[in-house]
Unconditional design. Structure first.
Length: 337
């Protein structure tokens, strides 16, 4: 509770052994509070937290056998890389010879063999992140907690570290819970994703399930972009305008000139005519905004050398497979609009 407001409510979930679970949500959704509960930095006002079948809700953080990686890395600035990694082992009473072996092996695993004597201030952001991951893994904890682990890195380095984290997770097989607001990061790393909103779980599913089968407009828009088709095409007979919305992802729409040849699967498609209002070139992708009546539909396509390029003001025909249209709820189960 914060000032009488429940930061997290009705949070009930099971994390499978060896799973990579990501908690995703906007600021104020409760995702960081959920991680702080798991880490033991705050205590739940109700309910329990079980790890391996044993309650840890009243166990302080320093006595929980878990690894934690913070966005700020939280390395000891006065200790060398090697000493940073040795510290958790010393606290567990591991003998010096075994500590040295485990530190050397893990430094090699994160490609920092020759950096053991350096201080954290002498490392790049990516190298510091590797040290933080190694320190969290070195004691072989049953649970690894990641708090916005890549938020301080630039895009290219972030993508490299996503690949590194995924490889390490596969190799160590450690149960991992990650908190992030980065949708791409969540989709890339996770076995399952929890989308939170207003302190409650909005939806839990695999990355493919969340993206392709969102249950609400909030999830659809938070995990990518979604075009509203209400007012463009009629809703199915079993849906009402007040309860369901019809959506489609931008990459599922095809653009063509108004009188382009009919496709062989035309009977499986829906179509609409519109006018291009904006074209955005983004390297590998080209994005179109198309005015269709009172609606603006977004369309994305991968850039290819032989494709037709439309310009603002061009008349176009949009079409998509009926099977790519999804119905989502206008309201969510936690009552937040």
């Amino acid at each position: 509770m914060y000032g009488g407001v429940a930061a997290v409510k009705e949070l009930s979930l099971i994390v499978c052994r060896g799973e990579f679970l990501t908690i995703l949500g906007p600021s104020g959704s409760g995702k960081t509070t959920a991680l702080m509960l798991l880490a033991g930095f705050i205590s739940p006002t109700n309910g329990d937290i079980l790890v391996g079948g044993k309650s840890v809700a009243s166990v302080p953080s320093y006595r929980r056998d878990q690894g934690i990686v913070f966005q700020s890395y939280a390395l000891f600035p006065h200790l060398s890389v090697r000493r940073n990694l040795e510290f958790p082992l010393e606290m567990r009473g591991v003998k010096a010879a075994e500590r040295a072996d485990r530190v050397a092996n893990l430094l090699a695993r994160v490609h920092l063999d020759n950096f053991g004597d350096r201080m954290p201030s002498q490392l790049s952001g990516g190298q510091q992140q590797r040290v933080a991951l190694a320190r969290a893994l070195i004691a072989d904890p049953p649970v690894l907690l990641l708090d916005e682990p890549l938020g301080a890195l630039d895009r290219n380095l972030r993508e490299q570290m996503q690949s590194e984290i995924k490889t390490l997770h596969k190799e160590f097989g450690i149960t991992t819970v990650c908190v992030t607001h980065d949708q791409e990061e969540a989709l890339t790393l996770s076995d399952r994703i929890i989308v939170m909103r207003g302190g409650a779980i909005e939806q839990i599913d695999t990355p493919e399930g969340l993206y392709d089968r969102p249950k609400s407009l909030f999830v659809a828009n938070f995990l990518g972009e979604a075009n509203l088709l209400n007012g463009v095409i009629p809703l199915p007979n079993d849906a009402t305008p007040t309860s369901m919305l019809s959506i489609i992802r931008p990459e599922r729409i095809r653009l063509a000139v108004p009188h382009a040849p009919t496709l062989a699967d035309a009977h499986q498609r829906q179509q609409a005519n519109g006018v291009v209002t904006e074209v955005i070139y983004a390297g590998a992708l080209r994005k179109y905004n198309v005015q269709v009546g009172n609606n603006v539909l977004i369309m994305r396509e991968h850039v290819a050398s032989d494709q037709q390029v439309f310009r603002p003001g061009d008349q176009v025909r949009l079409d998509w497979l009926r099977s790519d249209v999804r119905l989502v709820a206008t309201e969510t189960n936690n009552g937040v609009e």
